[in-house]
Design a protein around this ligand. Sequence first.
Ligand SMILES: *Cc1c(COP(=O)(O)O)cnc(C)c1O
Length: 384
Amino acid sequence: MKHIFPTYAQYPMEIVSGHDWHLVDSDQKTYLDFTSGIGVCSFGYSNDWIEQSVLNQLGKIWHTSNLYPSQLQDDVAKQLCPEGMLAFFCNSGTEANEAAFKLARKASGKGHILAFNNGFHGRTYGSMSLTGNPDIQAGFQPLVPDVSFADYNDFKALDGITDDLAAVILEVIQGEGGVVSGDPKWLQAINQKCHEKGVLLIIDEVQTGIGRTGMKFAYQNFDLDPDIITCAKALGNGLPIGAMLGKKALAAAFGPGTHGTTFGGNKIALSSAKAVLEQLTPEFLDQVQQKSKAVFEVIEKKIAPLSVVDGISGMGLMIGIHLNPAIQVENVIAELQSQGLLTLSAKHNTLRLLPPLVMSKADLLAGIDKIYEVLAMVSSTVES
Ligand SMILES: *Cc1c(COP(=O)(O)O)cnc(C)c1O
């Protein structure tokens, strides 16, 4: 790529088309997809309901600006928001977190935010400043001030939740950080302490939301009560859309003129989100849970015992296979690619799996079997 900034270390092939949960590269090689374009295309690459909704909207109007009200925005907000919340639409995960950061400071009248080491919230200045990963922040200082970090899943973090804090932001499963699951007791303790101290709890559901863990939002697995929720990735199944959801009591801080975006909430992206949410039914989520159960059973039985595997984590169809330092996750990904399976990595040598939620159980298990074969082969070479 001669004309593009080299910000991405890219794989050698270009994906040019896709169908259901299969992708095709420019050499006509086909792949089973365990990435969903990093947790985005949960309904795969040829979902008729979404396609029709977007095509219909393309034929009507693409963009009107937020100077005019949009019934579509209100409909999608109604489908998306938990009871008692309002939505602000934007175009990405990082923008959703920027909105949350701004709303938290303005609504609370306080400046300080507590975030967690190993978390990820995006690449713009506010979100990057909340991202507890020195590699991501390196060279970009000075960052947005008044952000501190505590260790994830560490009960000592509770001491940092004092009434002079505006908000706490966290992921209930750290995605980029290596599919690190939040300890349910710790998450509940954080939730309780925030509410006791009048500190807003922001849950970043950009990766975990929209069905990925078998619930609409991952926090619902842990019985938490966030004040603000951010989502993006899977919300538009590939069209750029993000959303910040917040309790109605926060509305006064986000009055006319306080925050805005030209493209946010545009009708094309919203027409896709509408069709995504219409398909995110209790029956669909139940199927995700059933598939997850079948997949984790095989992973626990066959993959977890391998000598190159240090542990398994995740929930729903968000899966982390933690590899031993004896092997490099990128080598495993390359081998799987050559065998026609696309996978992801995450921090700490983690093989990360985010298959489309619509994938058949048979293809999910076939992909898991391929990963088993490759890791078993590597295990035998590492041992000998
Ligand atoms: C991907 C991600 C983001 C950033 O989303 P962008 O759309 O890339 O800006 C924020 N938070 C989490 C948890 C993510 O996984």
